[in-house]
Design a protein around this ligand. Sequence first.
Ligand code: SF4
Length: 417
Amino acid sequence: MPNYHIWTIGCQMNNAESEQLGSLFEHIGYRATDTAEDADVIVLNSCVVRQSAENRVVNKIRALHPFAREHPDVTLAVTGCLVNSDTAKLKKDFPHVDYFFKPGDYPPWLEKPAAVSTLPQNPSPTAYVPIIQGCNNFCTYCIVPYRRGREVSRPVAEIICEVKGLVGRGAKEVTLLGQNVDSYGHDLPDKPDLADLLQELNAIDGLARIRFLTNHPKDMSVKLIDTIARLDKVCEQINLPVQSGSDDILKLMRRGYIAAQYRQLVKRIRDTVPGVALSTDVIVGFPSETESQFQETVNLLSELRFDTVHVAAYSPRAGTAASRELEDDIPLAVKKQRLNIIEQLQGKIAAEINEKLLGNTVEILVESRVKGKWQGRTRTGKLAFFRDSRDYLGQLASIRIDKTSPWSLQGTVSTKK
Ligand code: SF4
């Protein structure tokens, strides 16, 4: 039996695509191996969102050069965001790679049989389902539109079929993925939108929860917010990247909204979806960001009090408008200091938000057992742990919260559903 090995870095989209690729290999008779050196087919699923990620990918490809030279019968392929339209250049740079194929495509040396499913045989209780590829936005710091291309939505029927298949094999929760899920469907014949898709998925028997990410504040519709509030399986958790609290910086980022519009959107969501947990992404040290512009971001975060903030220090990404047109003029020490300020602030806010859950009973979907503790997430996406000798994998359990931290909850089983 031939072996395959898939190496993946990057976002959930890459993980979902690697999982599908792995299922395809399994269906046609391949077996997974832990190391590339034991494989007949090696696939590297790459991420290039940050320069450091691209460096890791390039190092990995280079490290496999001697192995590929000594084993010409082994197939080495690269997919993911490193693979842009200029594959001729990639082939020139890495002649030992046999194939480059675009993210979401099938390996070009395999003809995918029509009847073969790429669904995993035993999916995790929580599965990822890509619904839209690419992005049409061109935020000035982001490489994604250049690498993943323009938006392409998957048809509603295809997504429903995949989710039903996953649920039939044991999945209880799906997270719909896209660089901008709020753009979903505009390129499809009947122009369904994300709200329409959620409505269809909500009707699937056996599916307990639906999540989706990532949203773009300029594209999130009132219809979608109302739909989240209305549908029982759609979780009260929304990721809404703000990136900066300064209108000047938002303009330089070409985000398409100002801070006041973002604040209004958050208010509308909180007024419509009771108990919603909000997370956001922030970039500090963007070119020309002054102390007072940074303070505007701090003020926005202090005022809106997110459940989670993902903060990153700006680093120029070759190929983007920001790297071409804006000088990376904020010293690294200042970027680190700003990053630290936000991490400290958010740690305090998250601790206070989670502390309020002490003594409450929450429903968690159990995903795994780690070091003797069952681990899962609440509907609001909070990580929760509990100990119990019974088997809870893939089950919904109600736990009473006994202990909290900024990052997780610990509890005791109250009932098992
Ligand atoms: S919305 Fe902006 S940050 Fe997000 S993928 Fe598109 S270009 Fe990148």
